[in-house]
Design a binder for this molecule. Structure first.
Ligand code: SF4
Length: 231
């Protein structure tokens, strides 16, 4: 079976297993976005979030950059076998078992782009759209977890796989890109993931932002009673 078909079928069987066994699913994007303030994530879950103009713009930019149409995965594997490189988005995930409690959660997500070649995965890319040209540590965490997901699905080391974060500045249209290897960040990613999952598994209270600059741009600052700035 080809690599793309393997990932598709593995994700499908993991999802079925999680569903049958009532294992909760957590999105990788939610894990990474809770890095700066877990309390904000709690408020988001409780009150929901409104789609902003920046989010709508971000979605349009993603549509322009990446291929989201349906792909015949078996045909894609044939193309890879013939030497062609292909990149597209697909669902990835794995089941996390908490070592203290034995509780299970399914981590699941969809990287913006995975580049495949005949010899396997070459690059995972995540695009961010924001009002500055900065790569955030949450971006590195997100793309690192995607890499770990694919490693676990394929049961191989992807230390040499390139991870790319592109940031598109929606104010001035500038674009920056930062790349590194999964092997460079894997240990740190696992450490952060373990810590954040303690929050998601309700093993501890949510952490709040460490800097007032995070509260200053937070959508919940008006109702949040833990903010680090005056209203
Ligand atoms: S205002 Fe600050 S503490 Fe409150 S949710 Fe937002 S980022 Fe977190």
């Amino acid at each position: 079976m080809g690599i793309i078909t393997t990932i598709v079928e593995k994700f499908s069987s993991l999802s079925s297993f999680a569903y049958i066994n009532s294992i909760p699913k957590i999105f990788v994007s939610d894990i990474s976005s809770s890095l700066f303030c877990e309390w904000k994530k709690y408020l988001e879950i409780k009150y929901g979030t409104e789609e902003t103009q920046d989010m709508i713009r971000g979605k349009m930019i993603h549509q322009d950059y990446f291929r989201y149409e349906h792909i015949d995965f078996r045909y894609a594997d044939e193309l890879l076998a013939s030497g062609k490189e292909l990149s597209f988005t697909m669902k990835v995930g794995f089941i996390w078992i908490d070592k203290d409690t034995g509780r299970k959660v399914m981590l699941s997500g969809e990287p913006d782009s995975i580049l495949f070649a005949r010899d396997g995965v070459k690059k995972i890319t995540e695009l961010k759209t924001r009002r500055n040209s900065e790569v955030h540590s949450s971006d590195v965490l997100q793309v690192g977890i995607y890499g770990i997901c694919i490693e676990k699905m394929l049961d191989i080391s992807l230390d040499k796989v390139e991870l790319e974060i592109r940031v598109k500045n929606i104010v001035n249209d500038d674009e920056i890109s930062k790349t590194f290897f999964l092997g460079d960040i894997k240990m740190e990613t696992k450490k952060k993931l373990t810590d954040i999952l303690d929050f998601w598994l309700a093993k501890r209270e949510p952490k709040i932002a460490e800097s007032s600059s995070i509260c200053r741009v937070c959508n919940f600052r008006k109702i949040c009673d833990r903010k680090l700035i005056p209203i």
